[in-house]
Design a protein around this ligand. Structure first.
Ligand code: ADP
Ligand code: ASP
Ligand code: MG
Length: 407
């Protein structure tokens, strides 16, 4: 008898019919004798709908109330799935995050899970019930409802799997696994049988939204066997593993991209110790996360600094930088919020030279100008104009032969 955690995303519970199909699938697995916890997202589009409503009430909705609001989407789906299971004669019980007691910190809209009380879950599982838990939410020490950030149901599922020491955590979604890149951008993208935690973490943090970053961190930390599969068709999906030896021996495993970027540049800054701090300090104080940073020295004892932020923070960062420009007597500030970041990821990069030059040559051949570059051991990221996103992804996918199964 195995203990399994199944998570179904928004599309998979997007209508009454789909919820019934999920109930069928869960009932079958339960009948085979496995203990099953199901974690659900809200119906697709629901969280966005609720956020839009909040924005009609308040220019900057109060974060505590936002979490009270957006946690409701998941409460609807867990109740409906339990009813569908009852209709099939399967014993099931639904819980919100607060009812389980998924304890989080108090960072509304981006809370982190601290502890999960597994007593209730275990008692129900031992009593032969399917337990259906609302994803994406928890409760803080003061009994406030919190949410875990967009895509957070993945993290609920993995955290519950870790707390219960589940045998496997299955993330059922609208694709049948993790692909070499988003199949919506490159139809030739290929499903990977395995990907390492390290690579999946890079892919997720560089913009592949198939799994929330924190769910991958959790799975790696607590050694949860994690699999991404389709809700709609049979298959073994993608297993996220530790072993590199199992990997298809590709140089790079995938291409990630992020459309949520904006870049800012300050030029002609007097080049003195502490300028980077003076420029980026106010940005950090305003709680704006900085991603890539590039500094150049000019001949005339001045320096230029370019950095990227989330597109939602662009206007705020621009205003702060203009203030800094005046304070430091720098020349000028420019910005661009029509840029994207495209990254190639692979543990194979560690042992191979020349990957960067292949990447740069490929982009050059397509006439795509690279605005910024950042590298680490297993990834190379470039910033390019937004209009080149699809072209860049497809050209790189072909150049690294990701559509072909490697030897
Ligand atoms: P869910 O609602 O089930 O959580 P998401 O929309 O969050 O589903 O994640 C699935 C989507 O992730 C896919 O439809 C796909 O467009 C996108 N995606 C981005 N990068 C990848 C990738 N490398 N492999 C598979 N899917 C990807
Ligand atoms: N419903 C939430 C969202 O849309 C959480 C999730 O689906 O994982 O972001
Ligand atoms: Mg998701």
């Amino acid at each position: 008898m195995a203990l399994l955690v199944y998570k179904f995303g928004g599309t998979s519970v997007g209508s009454a019919e789909r919820i019934k199909a999920v109930a069928d699938k869960v009932k079958k697995a339960h009948e085979l004798g496995d203990q099953i916890v199901v974690v659900l997202s809200a119906m697709s589009g629901e969280t966005n709908r609720l956020i839009a409503l909040a924005n009609e009430m308040q220019a900057q909705p109060t974060e505590r109330e936002m979490d009270v609001l957006i946690s409701t989407g998941e409460q609807v789906t867990v109740a409906l799935l339990s009813m569908a299971l009852h209709e099939l004669g399967c014993d099931a019980v639904s819980y919100t995050g607060a009812q389980v007691k998924i304890l989080t910190d108090s960072s509304f809209t981006k809370a982190r899970i601290r502890k999960i009380d597994d007593a209730k879950l275990r008692a129900d599982l031992d009593a032969g019930k399917v337990v259906v838990v609302a994803g994406f939410q928890g409760i803080d020490e003061q009994d406030n409802i919190t949410t875990l950030g967009r895509g957070g149901s993945d993290t609920t599922a993995v955290a519950i799997a870790a707390a219960l020491k589940a045998d496997e955590c299955h993330i059922y979604t609208d694709v049948d696994g993790v692909y070499t890149t988003d199949p919506r951008v490159e139809p030739k993208a290929r499903r990977l049988d395995h990907i390492t935690f390290e690579e999946m973490l890079e892919m997720a943090s560089l913009g592949s939204k198939v799994l929330q970053i924190r769910s991958v961190e959790f799975a790696g930390k607590y050694n949860v066997a994690l699999r991404v599969l389709s809700s709609f068709k049979e298959g073994s999906g993608t297993l996220i593993t530790y072993e590199e030896s199992q990997m298809e021996s590709a140089l790079i495993s995938g291409i990630a991209f992020n459309r949520d970027e904006a870049k800012l540049t300050i030029t002609g800054v007097p080049d003195l110790p502490g300028v980077a701090f003076k420029i980026l300090g106010p940005i950090a104080e305003a709680n704006i996360e900085v991603d890539m940073i590039v500094q150049n020295i000019a001949d005339d004892a001045t320096t230029d600094l370019t950095f990227t932020v989330h597109r939602n923070d662009y206007q705020r960062a621009l205003a702060l930088l203009e203030q800094t420009c005046a304070d430091l007597g720098a020349r000028k500030v420019t910005g661009d919020n029509a840029i994207v970041k495209v990254s190639i990821v692979g543990v194979g990069m560690r042992s191979h030279a020349g990957i960067a030059s292949t990447m740069f040559k490929t982009l050059a051949q397509e006439g795509i100008n690279i605005r910024m570059i950042a590298t680490s051991e297993i990834k190379i990221s470039v910033v390019v104009d937004e209009k080149y996103l699809e072209l860049a992804v497809r050209a790189l996918h072909a150049a690294f032969e990701l559509d072909k199964i490697s030897a």
